[in-house]
Write a protein of this length. Structure first.
Length: 114
């Protein structure tokens, strides 16, 4: 089952991102997720993320300085204080579960985009 959007709204997202130095994107290879990751990098925030397959968008993000993991990845690397996820992931996605258990704020792509 896919996850739902968080529905935090602009204020809720801003509150969750206050004092965040790094954002991890689960599903970073998608068109909108990779664009959001690139915009985040341009704001001077550390960016990392994972996706099931490698590709041109991930290669571009690597060149820009993002930490990218491909394939099945468990856990969120140290230094990331927020997670942005695509609703296409399952609620038992290992990185999503690890972030929630660690108390890392998880924000849906739609909310982050707002």
């Amino acid at each position: 089952m896919a996850l739902a959007n968080t529905g935090f709204g602009i204020k809720g997202v801003e509150d969750r991102l206050r004092n965040v130095d790094g954002v991890w994107f689960i599903g970073i290879g998608g068109v909108s997720m990779s664009s959001l990751a690139e915009m985040t990098l341009h704001r001077g925030i550390r960016v990392g993320g994972s996706d099931r397959t490698d590709g041109e968008r991930l290669q571009r993000l690597r060149r820009l300085g993002a930490e990218i993991r491909v394939g099945d990845c468990a856990g969120i690397p140290n230094g990331y204080e927020a997670v942005v996820y695509t609703v296409a992931i399952a609620e038992n996605n290992p990185q999503y579960v690890a972030a929630r258990q660690a108390g890392i704020p998880c924000i849906s792509r739609a909310d982050y985009m707002g």
